[in-house]
Ligand binder design. Structure first.
Ligand code: GDP
Length: 296
């Protein structure tokens, strides 16, 4: 699971701090050098680390902390709070439509886990929010993608709308009509993925966005790709505008850099995380619980 190395290093730094009893400003700055290194080794972006360490240091070297009875504990508490803030503070929810079906556009690069995540999220919404989701196959360039969506949809007993290789924007519109006619209150559009962010992909996604007015555009990125995931998030957000991120393969991510950097780098929250290949392995992302786990 993610963050093992980071946890270990942060805890070693804080253990030394606790061993000191009274703390000086210098003790704090020394510990922060270790925190800085630990975060960089976890593949958190340089700029994010710099700002994080500056904030924690500023809050920790005040007399209210240094002169308190448990200064080391106060510093750890500040690190916990700032890690939580870094990852977005509160838990970010999906925005459901007030009228008619909620439309969620799932976007991402090939291999990130988009199709699997589309099904997982729909299954989650059915189970925990009593929704009646429809999956729509709008990735028309790879016949295998349509088939894959049908397979995973079938495993979760979810209806899948497909029209083969047509115009993806038309398919999305037809899927919405189908949803309205069949009482589906949540529509997931599984859009095309490519190996790189390119103009043709973005143009198609922008056209879909302008036509169907989604309530949410969720970007799926692979945690194991670290800063590449962060760069993909920035690129999609700049070109298309996204509402949130689903971070997949957290189970295989030993470092945690993407989870810690995405909100700070893009301003957009991680809403869900994928924690395994099985179709029920998706969870809402809780920054506070994640921070406590890192420091656990
Ligand atoms: P797409 O090309 O973005 O649609 O990606 P897929 O949905 O086909 O997923 C690519 C691979 O990643 C598949 O083998 C999935 O089973 C796997 N995958 C997706 N999410 C997760 C996850 O959270 N954890 C793990 N371990 N594997 C995942």
């Amino acid at each position: 699971m993610a963050f093992e190395g980071l946890s270990e290093k942060l805890n070693a730094a804080f253990k030394r701090l606790r061993g000191k009893g009274r703390l000086t400003e210098n003790d704090v700055r020394e510990a922060m050098r270790e925190v800085r290194l630990a975060l960089l080794e976890a593949d958190v972006s340089y700029k994010v680390v710099k700002e994080f360490v500056a904030t924690v240091t500023e809050r920790s070297v005040g007399t209210d902390v240094l002169d308190s009875l448990t200064p080391a504990q106060q510093v750890v508490k500040i690190v916990n709070e700032e890690l939580t803030n870094l990852m977005g503070g509160g838990t970010a929810k999906l925005a459901f439509a007030n009228n008619g079906p909620t439309i969620v556009m799932m976007v991402g690069l090939q291999g990130a886990g988009k199709t699997t995540t589309t099904a997982k999220l729909a299954g989650y919404m059915k189970k925990f929010h009593s929704k009646r989701p429809l999956l729509a196959a709008c990735d028309v360039y790879r016949p295998a993608a349509i088939e894959q969506l049908k397979v995973v949809g079938g495993q979760l007993n979810l209806p899948v709308f497909e029209e083969g290789q047509g115009d993806p924007v038309k398919i999305a519109e037809n899927a919405l009509r189908y949803a309205r006619d069949h009482g589906n209150d949540l529509v997931f559009l599984d859009t095309a993925g490519r190996l790189h962010v390119d103009e043709a992909l973005m143009d198609e996604l922008k056209r879909m966005k302008a036509t169907v007015h989604p309530n949410e555009i969720l970007l799926v990125v692979d945690a194991m790709t670290g800063q590449d995931a962060v760069n993909a998030a920035s690129a999609f957000d700049e070109a298309l505008g996204i509402d949130g991120v689903v971070l997949t393969k957290l189970d295989g991510d030993a470092r945690g850099g993407a989870a810690l950097s995405i909100k700070a780098a893009t301003g957009k929250p991680i809403k869900f995380v994928g924690t395994g290949e099985k179709l029920d392995m998706i969870e809402p992302f809780h920054p506070d619980r994640m921070a406590s786990r890192i420091l656990g």
